[in-house]
Write a protein that binds this ligand. Structure first.
Ligand SMILES: [Zn+2]
Length: 164
């Protein structure tokens, strides 16, 4: 059984933030995705696939995002799929059977690639240095305010505050 490499996922996310000199929230995920040469397609997946939040199409160099999801969730999906692009595209290209993992549904998944993409997304959207900077400059900020500043969902903000 493969072991997730969380450290690598975090380092890759931090490297992208450093390259773009991201020093205040929110992290501009769209800009990071564009700089990787990918496009973002916002689509309605329809009733049959409404539990799909998004997926990465490697040959098309496109990230598809569910238009009907909340803004915070869309941001997480984009960061997660960017994580697959940065961390796993070579693997996906050489193992077509792994392509099924490209889709992100609501259910929790235990696949190594999914765990790594989630860690990448968490580090990218709310890196510890930006979190600490923000708490330093707005010490009274509550979860609502922080979620707003980082443009993430409240649930994800709360998770990150415990697991930073
Ligand atoms: Zn995924």
């Amino acid at each position: 059984m493969e072991t997730p490499d969380y450290n690598n996922a975090k380092q890759k996310a931090l490297a992208l933030l450093k390259e773009t000199n991201t020093v205040v929230p929110p992290v501009d995920v769209d800009d990071l995705i564009m700089k990787e040469g990918l496009k973002i397609e916002k689509v309605v997946f329809g009733e049959k696939f409404n539990d799909v939040s998004g997926f990465l199409d490697i040959p098309e160099k496109a990230i598809y995002v569910n238009l009907e999801d909340s803004y915070g969730r869309q941001n997480f999906t984009k960061a997660h799929e960017l994580g697959h692009w940065v961390l796993h595209r070579t693997l996906f290209e050489t193992h077509p059977s792994k392509q099924v993992l490209l889709r992100q549904a609501n259910q929790n998944t235990t696949a190594v690639e999914e765990k790594e993409a989630n860690v990448f997304a968490a580090e990218l959207l709310i890196p510890k240095y930006l979190y600490l900077y923000t708490l330093g400059s707005c010490p009274d900020a509550d979860i609502d305010r922080l979620a707003d500043l980082f443009q993430v969902s409240k649930q994800f903000m709360a998770y990150r505050m415990i697991n930073i």
